[in-house]
Design a protein around this ligand. Structure first.
Ligand SMILES: N[C@@H](CCC(=O)N[C@@H](CS)C(=O)NCC(=O)O)C(=O)O
Length: 235
């Protein structure tokens, strides 16, 4: 495993997308400095953050010891997970068949579970009007995706062959399952996997990073944060 002398900067807010990277950093046990990006207060639009994350979304990292010993910044959680897992040679097998299986489930999360569950949260919790079409569409789609994951996990411990960045990408999205209108008792294999992951100390620590900040921000009530986060257009 590569040595890390200088801490990695983690630009982060405690949400399912942020947790993916805090969990991996905790699993790797490498030093990191937490840089909170308060997305409810608009920190994601600060020029210094946009310079490393042009999509005004966290997470992002800066590794002062990037390729060639030079700093590198990475945005997009999937790219961050792959970068760190490649760098430290863990949770992302080098064998091509095994790596493809990790990539499949990692991209399934980044392109499917995350966006659909995010929309379910929006229409169920945050939209000022309760629009049943939006609520049903995204609750159903998350339900379908939970079913896909449940089937995949039947008879296997993890999404790929071994515990990997694909599991770390998904677990935080299952934490708020009630807010997505899902009952884990309907998905026994997924439930067992979720319990296995939650029992890992590094997952527990990763999910606890910045917890007190998450408790302070009540997005369903906070009109200022809603005006920052919802209705964004090109700047
Ligand atoms: N595809 C991105 C999604 C990241 C994302 O949506 N982050 C949200 C919080 S969960 C964010 O930073 N939102 C700020 C905003 O909407 O302005 C990734 O996987 O990194």
């Amino acid at each position: 495993m590569a040595d890390q002398t200088k801490p990695i900067e983690l630009h982060y807010w405690p949400t399912p997308n942020g947790w993916k990277v805090s969990i991996l950093l905790e699993e790797l046990g490498v030093p990191y400095d937490l840089k909170l990006v308060n997305i409810g207060a608009g920190d994601q639009f600060k020029p210094e953050f946009l310079a490393i994350s042009p999509n005004n979304r966290m997470p992002a990292i800066v590794d002062p010891e990037g390729p060639g010993g030079q700093p590198i910044s990475v945005f997009e959680s999937g790219a961050i997970l792959q970068y760190l897992a490649r760098k430290f040679g863990r949770f992302y097998p080098a064998d091509e068949r095994k790596r493809v299986a990790v990539d499949e489930w990692l991209f399934w999360q980044v392109g499917g579970l995350g966006p659909m569950a995010g929309q379910a949260h929006h229409f169920r919790q945050y939209a000022p009007e309760k629009i049943s079409y939006g609520i049903d569409r995204y609750t159903n789609e998350v339900n379908r995706l939970y079913g896909v994951m449940n089937k995949r996990l039947q008879g296997r411990d993890f999404l790929a062959d071994e515990y990997s960045i694909a599991d770390m990408a998904c677990v935080g999205w299952i934490v708020p399952h009630k807010n997505q209108g899902q009952d884990l008792d309907d998905f026994p294999h997924l439930k067992r996997w979720f319990e296995t992951l939650n029992a890992r100390p590094a997952v527990e620590r990763g999910l606890a990073v910045g917890k007190e900040e998450r408790e302070k921000l009540n997005l369903a009530q906070d009109k200022n944060a809603q005006s920052v986060l919802f209705g964004q257009r090109a700047r």
